[in-house]
Write a protein that binds this ligand. Structure first.
Ligand code: AMP
Length: 468
């Protein structure tokens, strides 16, 4: 097996890896690092948790150390939490360089982001929507000299079904130089190969993990067949069993909507389980805070929508429960990839109702593995069934009394349909116009003020220095 020095990495980077307990390259690193160092474009398709992030962070840092300037590298990723995780790896591995990074994601203060961008950071890690907003509304930074464009979870970024991302990507591509290295990484890259043609890549090196399946051997993949109405009782029973048997285990439960996520977390708290939630209707600061508390082990159970299904690296997660069978195999692969990371063991349990057996069959076909039934004492589940269902109903009623109400949205849509309008188009058009108008105005004003302030501060400092 290769070691890091045979991949062409410098001693300072190898030392930095050692300090993190990383001594041997993983296959994705072994194959992709040398070609990236040679200056080639690269597409890496490897199982989630296999060290993909370091596979691009290491060569970028090496190239940056040879010719440091900003903005040198742009990393795009679909979720805000993932952006923070990637930036952290850059920061830790790039410490000896005095690396300056900048995170540009939605839900956080735009002015401070704009200032950070104008200060020419070496690396920018961004979600496409927010970065495109900055490009549209300000001209205080330039990406015309970047050497690396990296798309992490590339298939999600390039998913043609997601028009918002596509439009934002077009805006971003518009300011990038044609001469650059483009790197794409994901666990499920092959499905979207066609779409990758849109990204101008120069005869890319393509590497895919040899294994046929896209989930790791260390993952014990299970299912429980349950009627819809008994699902929550199974969930409570499973969590009770896991928490009784293991002190140091963390569990992620995935569910399909923000509302379901909210209700489940309320319900599990009623049962005194240390539960925290993560979904896109929460404020971004709360999302980060909750994730940090889960990572730190303050809470052992995270209930999340698919905002948490990609890339998040939390080694203590031993169990992933799919409260709903994911609609697409790809989503399943990313969700269960939150456990059994970097050689550890883990178990995934998918709750399957009579309506979604076909979804599980599609998953099995894709991963070329049969899920095994998870043994459960049904008698124990039936004992708590009434209590669980009553508690859930109480939580639903509580939630209906708050402004967390997806029904509101549905009613608005009904009204628009009655007026003969397409609610999706209408909402998008309105939101976009509003966003552009108010942001442009406010933002330009704030940027001007902030830059003025910065200049003023700099002048004052210089004056003081001159006097001294
Ligand atoms: P990723 O697939 O990038 O999310 O990485 C998953 C985990 O593997 C992270 O915690 C990394 O720090 C860790 N990791 C990355 N490279 C290696 C390596 N060569 N040896 C051991 N662990 C690694």
């Amino acid at each position: 097996m290769a070691d890091f020095s045979s991949l062409g990495l410098s001693d300072w980077l190898i030392n930095q890896c050692k300090q993190l307990g990383i001594s041997k390259p993983t296959p994705v690193q072994e194959h992709c690092v040398p070609v990236i160092l040679q200056g080639r474009d690269c597409m890496g398709c490897a199982k989630t948790g296999s060290g993909k992030t370091a596979a691009f962070v290491l060569p970028v840092l090496q190239k940056l150390s040879e010719d440091p300037y900003g903005i040198f590298c742009l990393v795009l990723t679909p979720t805000r939490e993932l952006a923070y995780q990637i930036a952290e790896q850059f920061r830790v591995l790039g410490k000896p360089l005095g690396l300056k990074d900048c995170i540009v994601v939605g839900g956080m203060d735009m002015v401070s982001q704009a200032l950070a961008l104008s200060n020419k950071p070496h690396v920018v890690v961004a979600t496409p929507g927010r970065l495109a907003d900055h490009i549209r509304s300000s001209d205080t930074f330039s990406m015309s000299k970047i050497q690396f464009l990296i798309l992490d979870e590339a298939d999600r970024l390039l998913d043609q079904g997601c028009t918002d991302f596509t439009k934002d990507l077009e805006t971003i591509m518009g300011i990038l130089p044609a001469k650059r290295q483009t790197l794409l990484f994901s666990a499920t890259l092959t499905d979207t190969l066609q779409e990758l043609k849109n990204i101008a890549m120069n005869k890319p090196f393509f590497w895919e993990s040899k294994s046929e399946t896209r989930t790791v051997e260390e993952l014990d993949q299970r299912y429980i067949l349950t009627p819809e109405k008994v699902k929550d009782a199974y969930l409570v029973h499973l969590i009770q069993t896991f928490t009784d048997e293991h002190d140091d285990w963390s569990i992620i439960i995935f569910t399909n909507t923000c509302k379901s996520c909210q209700i489940l977390s309320m319900m599990l708290r009623e049962f005194n389980f240390p539960t925290i939630r993560l979904h896109s209707m929460m404020k971004q600061k709360q999302r980060f805070a909750n994730l940090a508390m889960f990572k730190a082990g303050v809470y052992k159970i995270l209930i999340a929508t698919d905002v948490a299904s990609r890339g998040l690296d939390i080694p203590s997660v031993q169990v992933v429960i799919n409260h709903n069978a994911p609609g697409r195999p790809k989503i399943y692969i990313h969700r269960v990839g939150r456990t059994a990371r970097a050689g550890r063991n883990g178990v995934s349990i998918t709750l399957v109702t009579q309506y979604d057996i076909h979804l599980v069959q599609a998953v099995e076909e894709q991963i070329q593995t049969k899920l095994k039934e998870y043994p459960v004492e049904e008698k124990e589940v039936l004992k708590i069934l009434t209590q669980v269902n009553v508690t859930r109903r109480q939580c639903e009623i509580k939630l209906e009394a708050t402004d967390f109400d997806e029904k509101k949205e549905i009613n608005k849509r009904k009204q628009l349909i009655l007026e003969g309008k397409d609610p999706d188009l209408e909402a998008k058009r309105k939101a976009e116009l509003e966003k552009i108008r108010s942001r442009k105005k406010l933002f330009k004003q704030k940027i001007r003020q902030s830059i003025q302030k910065q200049k003023h501060g700099r002048m004052k400092r210089k004056q003081k220095e001159a006097l001294a």
